[in-house]
Write a protein that binds this ligand. Structure first.
Ligand code: GH3
Ligand code: MG
Ligand code: MG
Ligand code: MG
Ligand code: MG
Length: 309
């Protein structure tokens, strides 16, 4: 523990420093306010013992400067050591940011006890900070988990719904087109029936990552819409552009060449439906989704493994 000792009387300074050394402390002596503030910044002590009457400024001013220098969340205990014993002096010291107020001459027994008390508070503060940091991390993880699909790692339905509302409002404000792609794995029930549910899960993971790879714009959002359905939100994108992205995704999944005996394509494929609207009060995000869904139905009817708009 490093202790900054601020005292202009040479003998007092030497005595307190000697006490501290005997207590296993490292004293950092200062004989005026300016030096104290300088040493506080360069030495970053764990504790400050502060005289009130100093040649250049009073100890209250030094305490206030120290509190100003501390970053948010930092706290260094300050104990005033002074001959000024009135209640008003004590009150002033605490108001200036001091934590305790001891009268000189101070015995090494009292000094030891007071230092121990401050150390205890420092420890508690430290534990609290560690706990707060852990809580923050846990909160962030919770937030992440509430937005991500557990199986595939892409956004979940909840995040999709939020993003769609947000992008709908943006499209309304800016008059730009908002596009949606709805994708559905072809004959997936048969895939599960043939290879088992676990293989089905693995298949969904690979399909999701193949789709994610086919995305280029940072603003686009891929989500698991449900079961074996995925949806993509493409802000500021026209129908043709969205169909182009969908085609790249379809191709990317087909390129996996995952065997699927139950499909007439012989491998895992997806079908996609695309829609794009400029948001307006006459229509709705639900209508945009419905249009993509209808296009997806067409893609299924037309033989699957294709994109319809
Ligand atoms: P279509 O080509 O018309 O889309 O046929 P399909 O068999 O894919 O369509 P259907 O909607 O009848 O079946 C979807 C299947 O997807 C049924 C369901 O068991 C399966 N499924 C949904 N979610 C999961 C999942 O998380 N894991 C696995 N393994 N299967 C899932
Ligand atoms: Mg003095
Ligand atoms: Mg389906
Ligand atoms: Mg279906
Ligand atoms: Mg399907």
């Amino acid at each position: 523990m490093k202790t900054l000792v601020v005292e202009d009387a040479k003998t007092s300074l030497a005595v307190v420093c000697h006490h501290l050394e005997r207590l296993g402390n490292i004293p950092v002596p200062a004989s005026c306010g300016a030096q104290a503030i300088e040493l506080f910044q360069s030495e970053r002590p764990d504790l400050v013992l502060l005289d009130v009457v100093l040649p250049d400024m009073d100890g209250y001013t030094v305490a206030r400067r120290i509190r100003d220098l501390e970053k948010p969340g930092e706290w260094t205990p300050i104990i005033f050591l002074t001959a000024m014993s009135g209640d008003a002096d004590l009150e002033k010291g605490i108001a200036a940011g001091g934590d305790d107020y001891l009268q000189k001459p101070v015995s090494d027994v009292v000094l030891r006890a007071k230092i121990r008390a401050m150390q205890r508070i420092v420890q508690m503060r430290h534990s609290l900070l560690v706990l707060t940091r852990k809580l923050d991390a846990a909160n962030q993880e919770l937030k992440r988990l509430s937005a991500v699909d557990g199986l595939t790692g892409v956004a979940n339905r909840r995040m999709f719904d939020e993003a769609l509302e947000r992008e709908w409002r943006r499209s309304m404000r800016q008059g730009t087109e908002l596009a949606i792609v709805m994708c559905d794995v072809d004959f997936f029930k048969k895939f599960n029936d043939t290879y088992g549910h676990q293989a089905g899960d693995e298949c969904l993971k690979k399909v999701a990552s193949a789709m994610a790879k086919a995305m280029e714009r940072g603003g686009d959002l891929l989500a698991r819409y449900g079961g074996e359905e995925f949806s993509i939100i493409l802000p500021d994108t026209k129908l043709g552009g969205a169909a182009f992205v969908a085609e790249r995704m379809r191709h990317s999944v087909a390129q996996l060449k995952m065997p699927h005996a139950g499909s007439h394509h012989g491998q895992v494929t997806i079908s996609c439906g695309v829609s794009a609207f400029v948001a307006s009060p006459e229509t709705s995000p639900e209508a945009l989704l419905l249009a993509a869904d209808q296009a997806l139905y067409q893609a299924k009817q037309a033989g699957r493994n294709q994109v319809c708009r």
